[in-house]
Design a binder for this molecule. Structure first.
Ligand code: DGL
Length: 294
């Protein structure tokens, strides 16, 4: 099983691309929707939440976790990889329940696939929009700089994710907000949608951006990179039958919004309880929507 982690339901736009590219793989999605949005949170809090969530996905039996959230990928991916990846401090000892010891684990993100795709198609000036923390982390700019001498203009767009969460992506408010942000990006030729919510605003971006500016949704490139990784690591994750389990920390909100992001009906959404700032550990029995997992 492959774990997919996001701050909420936005990462379902990434999961959609992953499932399309890898239809025979089984996925477990964990959306920390009860503690979202992450985009304005401080770095230490994001690191803490990210550790809890990937550990929960390890407990669920996922040796491979894709961090679908751009904010987490920019702020915490290196930390998570050092902590849980090969040679990491907690390899094989990430969870209390995993006493087997040496299970190899990998965590992949979304930033590098997005940066590579942007560089491959840009003529020289790349724009990036994302949450406040994504932009202030400077991670996109760092990764883009490693790949070539492109100009990069970044802009935090904190109003956009809440507009999508309200379901207002086809409204005048959405078009106005997008236009204000885009106006500050100058003469870019490629715009990276560096937030899981923004693909739902594609129509507003298309209506606003000058002709010839490419809009880059990283999700299909993340899926291509994951597929390539699986080919290069045969046996790391056994293929399955295309099942999907969904866990979240706020099932009511999740069920109301998730389908728009996933593009297909959601399966039963299980609730992962949070108490005193920590996520509960995995239950041994399956529970229905609304029940607390302890
Ligand atoms: N999933 C987040 C991201 O892609 C957006 C929502 C949030 O701020 O938590 O950056």
């Amino acid at each position: 099983m492959i774990g997919v982690y996001d701050s909420g339901y936005g990462g379902l736009t990434v999961l959609r691309a992953l499932r399309a590219a890898l239809p025979t793989h089984d996925f477990v999605y964990l959306g920390d929707s009860g503690r979202a949005p992450y985009g304005g949170r401080d770095t230490d809090t994001i690191l803490d939440f990210a550790e809890q969530c990937v550990e929960r996905l390890f407990e669920e039996g996922c040796p491979l976790v894709v961090v679908a959230c751009h904010t987490v990928s920019c702020v915490a991916l290196r930390h998570l990889q050092r902590r849980y990846g090969p040679g990491g401090a907690l390899v094989g000892a990430a969870t209390e329940s995993d006493s087997a010891g040496a299970t190899p684990r990998r965590i992949l993100g979304v930033t590098i696939p997005a940066a590579e795709a942007a560089v491959a198609q840009s003529r020289g000036h790349i724009g990036v929009i994302g949450t406040a923390r994504t932009v202030s982390s400077g991670t996109f700019a760092t990764e883009l700089a490693k790949l070539g001498p492109h100009r990069v203009t970044q802009r935090a767009a904190p109003l956009l994710a809440p507009i999508v969460e309200e379901g207002w992506e086809d409204s005048a408010i959405a078009r106005l907000a997008v236009a204000r942000y885009v106006a500050e990006l100058g003469d870019i030729d490629t715009l990276v949608l560096g937030c899981t919510h923004y693909p739902l605003l594609r129509a507003a971006f298309e209506a606003t951006l000058p002709e010839g500016v490419a809009i880059l949704d990283p999700a299909p490139f993340v899926a291509a990179r994951l597929s390539d990784w699986l080919d290069r690591h045969p046996g790391f994750v056994a293929p399955g039958t295309g099942t999907l389990r969904v866990l979240c920390t706020d099932p009511a909100g999740f069920r109301a919004h998730g389908e728009r992001f996933l593009g297909e009906p959601l399966p039963v959404v299980a609730h992962v309880a949070e108490e005193g700032g920590r996520l509960a550990h995995k239950a041994t029995v399956e529970v229905r929507l609304g029940q607390i997992v302890r």
